[in-house]
Design a protein around this ligand. Structure first.
Ligand code: PCA
Length: 213
């Protein structure tokens, strides 16, 4: 099987993006799984164009995009991408769309097709905190999750796709020590687990694990 895994460039004034740092440390082969790694720009629409080109070029079976979610303490598997761009901070080209639909003709939302509960359980089993998240926000990470699912659905592709957010790296939390952080090595382990479970688990496990708010 072939997996395309992407990380985002730094954004929002941060010197690094832990998602990209961790993605670039993943081995190119995980057992029988071939891993293709790439960087995406933190730019509305251009990020989707780059991702679509990477999919056309590499023909992966699974696509997993990874981004930074500063302030979260766990790695989070996103359940849903929604059809809206609403940027609190500019993207890396200075754009701040407000309440714009990503695809005016597309559905309101898409669910990730990764086995998110099985992934969370396997990451937790490795001693790393992981959770399901029910909102990827309305910035470029939600944009790429929606865009990925929309591309797969519109082209009738047999690709599993989804999105994972990761906490700040410890070096980013030094300037604000109340921020939670996670070592790049733990993020690497969490991403490897996500790749392996996505390639091996066909049907997600049914465990009640939602959130009350
Ligand atoms: N995180 C941002 C965009 C890029 C990234 O790594 C987000 O959560 O939307």
């Amino acid at each position: 099987m072939r997996v395309l895994i992407t990380g985002f460039e730094p954004f929002g004034g941060e010197p690094i993006n832990p998602a990209l740092q961790a993605v670039m440390k993943i081995e190119k082969k995980l057992g029988h799984i071939e891993v293709i790694k790439a960087s995406l720009p933190v730019v509305f629409h251009q990020s989707i164009d780059v991702l679509e080109q990477l999919i056309r070029l590499n023909k992966p079976d699974v696509v997993i995009c990874v981004g930074q979610a500063g302030g979260r303490a766990s790695v989070t598997l996103e359940r849903v991408g929604i059809n809206v761009d609403d940027a609190r901070i500019p993207d890396n080209k200075g754009k701040t769309p407000a309440d714009q639909r990503i695809n005016p003709k597309g559905p309101d939302a898409y669910f990730s097709t990764l086995p998110i509960k099985a992934i969370v359980s396997a990451i937790n089993d490795r001693g790393i905190p992981a959770q399901v998240s029910n909102s990827a926000g309305t910035y470029v990470c939600n944009h790429i999750l929606y865009g990925l699912c929309d591309y797969i659905a519109s082209n009738d592709l047999e690709i599993k796709g989804g999105f994972m957010h990761v906490p700040f790296a410890p070096e980013q939390a030094v300037k604000n020590p109340v921020q939670p952080s996670m070592s790049i090595d733990d993020i690497v382990r969490a991403i490897e687990t996500t790749i392996i479970v996505s390639c091996t688990v066909k049907d997600d496990i049914a465990v009640a694990d939602g959130s009350t708010h």
